[in-house]
Design a protein around this ligand. Sequence first.
Ligand SMILES: Nc1ncnc2c1ncn2[C@@H]1O[C@H](COP(=O)(O)OP(=O)(O)OP(=O)(O)O)[C@@H](O)[C@H]1O
Ligand SMILES: [Mg+2]
Length: 266
Amino acid sequence: MTNMLEIKGLSVGYARKGLALDDVSLSVPKGSIVALLGANGAGKTTLIRAVTGLLDLHHGQVMHGEVALDGHAILGLPSHRLVRMGMGQVPEGRLIFKQLSVEDNLKVGAAIVPRAQVRERLEAVYTLFPRLLERRTQSAGWLSGGEQQMLALGRALVGNPRLLLVDELSLGLAPLIVRAIYQQLRVVGDTLGTSMLIVEQNAKLALEFASSAYILNSGRMVLSGSAAEVAASDAIKASYLGTKREHPDGDTGPAVRASQQVQESV
Ligand SMILES: Nc1ncnc2c1ncn2[C@@H]1O[C@H](COP(=O)(O)OP(=O)(O)OP(=O)(O)O)[C@@H](O)[C@H]1O
Ligand SMILES: [Mg+2]
């Protein structure tokens, strides 16, 4: 079966910086949630920019490699075309329109939806995130951080994407809110079969919800595997803590404890 997203041998450079991604490969099987992990500056956002057609905007350039969405080569296509091809995007910083109401933000995402289906798609997002329904007419700028993330996700999901890409799902949010958001994303995946690639700081939570995961380090993919394999790996410690530690006590694995420390520091 074709993967929903297939990245092969991708290298990306920025002007005056050199390579930010070096020969990186990754795949998102249909219907699965994949986590992309790695320390600050590892290249996670760069990978998302390359896939979503936003590298130009940041003066980045693909040097080598291929990216395919459901079997179709997409490198070089503009972001709006990719959205119409079924790619939902939640960029770093969320980038919601703070002056607009919650519903008008969702309608921006619904621009690709046939008119007769817009109301139904909005209702589907409100069912997923009832807080957005309560704040439907409010300016988006008044929302809490968690609500803004729900809005950014809702705006991407309202078009019923086949692939959802989220950069920094949990940044700045309390773990409880992030967990609630993940649970709703799981509902989306289970009911609509949406595939997802989620960039995360909170490795523990991401590995709980994802089926597979990748770890980037200084532009190179240092590990990939099932979520369980990655959670049990040394690479996750090295990536997030910078050191290997000995934990002679207790019965949980060192990687699990390491990721707990990561969560505590979020
Ligand atoms: N527009 C840019 N111009 C030049 N260099 C950039 C640009 N954007 C990112 N970089 C560099 O590319 C590397 C990867 O950055 P990137 O933003 O992809 O990392 P990240 O893994 O998303 O980090 P974070 O967790 O902090 O968001 C870093 O060394 C960064 O300084
Ligand atoms: Mg980033």
